[in-house]
Design a protein around this ligand. Structure first.
Ligand code: PHE
Length: 338
């Protein structure tokens, strides 16, 4: 019997030492120490032994049980560690490998130009105000001294929503909306989208304008010129000259088209300026007293200037872009150049 016990003990030891997984170790444990385990059964049957044999056999049985428990514990520790090692190896990665480059987007060139222009005027003390894109005919035309059936309406191809509602064709209606709510002194820029039913190499049906106006008791055309000169120098460089040509807008009197010296040839004449040395950049003038009157200002008290420019046009001149439709095509080869 003693012999049998010893051989069970050495068999158990061998089995424990050769298990390779925690699962296998659990079965080995059950085989010897489980409810019906080889050791457990023998402990249970101690009672049936003759009393004089019990002490010696019992002691040995206990020793073997303790020894097996100890071995199981050791092996369990070893296997757990080996398991952790294996996982660390399998799950580790090389932090020195080069990563993937996630391509960055950026603002659209027209938006960037618009922001740049706004910044210039803000630095001159202008505030930024906005108006609706779906606009009343009243603000887009009538309050700007363009009555219904006035031939000047043909200057802008209008999207009509109804008889009284249009998609604004310019940012000038913001002049009136601001003047209705605020009294001078005013210096405001109004950026935003405008719409015209027109499409070719130099026209798209939706584009951006930025309106600027200044109203107070003694504003002159000289102030207009000074402000626009700063604008031209900031956007196109300090060598840029500006000139005013007489023009007509119903909401300004006198009115002017403003040109800058050609950014491409510096005034000597090229394809972009059609050999004139000048390119047109915006419309401007002194606000017509009729507009002040309709906004509710005391007649004769104030003077002011206003100007309006197309942001895409400025961007095209600055970067030498020849087709305005590129702004809407979402061609990455175009957009990535900015
Ligand atoms: N609103 C005019 C246009 O879109 C530009 C302009 C604005 C002219 C302000 C004079 C004064 O053509």
């Amino acid at each position: 019997m003693i012999e049998e016990l010893r051989s069970i003990a050495s068999l158990a030891e061998e089995e424990i030492q050769s298990t390779e997984t925690l699962n296998a170790l659990t079965s080995v444990k059950a085989k010897y120490l489980g409810k019906k385990g080889l050791i457990t059964e023998r402990i249970r049957s101690l009672r049936s032994l003759p009393p004089e044999k019990r002490p010696e056999y019992g002691r040995l049985l206990n020793q073997i049980k303790n020894r097996i428990e100890e071995l199981l514990k050791e092996r369990e520790g070893y296997l757990k560690e080996a398991d952790l090692d294996r996982r660390l190896k399998a799950e580790s990665f090389d932090v020195t490998l080069p990563g993937f480059c996630i391509p960055f987007g950026h603002l659209h060139p027209a938006t960037r130009m618009l922001n740049e222009i706004i910044d210039i005027f803000v630095s001159l003390g202008f505030s930024v105000m906005e108006g609706p894109e779906v606009e009343l005919d009243y603000y887009n035309f009538e309050a700007l001294n363009i009555p219904k059936d006035h031939p000047a309406r043909d200057m802008q191809d209008t999207f009509y929503i109804s008889d009284d509602v249009v998609l604004r064709t310019h940012t000038s209606p913001v002049q009136v909306r601001v003047m209705e709510k605020h009294t001078p002194p005013l210096s405001v820029v109004a950026p935003g989208k405008v719409y015209r039913c027109d499409a070719d190499i130099s026209h798209i049906p939706m584009f951006h304008q930025i309106e600027g106006f200044m109203v107070d008791e003694h504003i002159t055309m000289g102030d207009l010129r000074g402000v626009l000169e700063v604008f031209a120098h900031e956007v196109f460089g300090p060598q840029t000259a500006i000139r005013f040509r007489p023009s007509y807008f119903p909401f300004t009197e006198p009115s002017a088209e403003v040109d800058i010296s050609c950014v491409l040839c510096n005034g000597s004449g090229c394809r972009v300026c059609k050999n004139s040395g000048w390119v047109e950049v915006l419309g401007a003038g002194m606000i017509n007293p009729r507009v002040f009157e309709m906004a509710g200002y005391e007649p004769g008290r104030y003077t002011g200037f206003a100007f309006g420019m197309g942001v895409e046009r400025i961007t095209m001149l600055k970067y030498g872009i020849s087709d305005i439709r590129l702004f809407l095509e979402n061609d990455k080869r175009f957009l990535e150049q900015f």
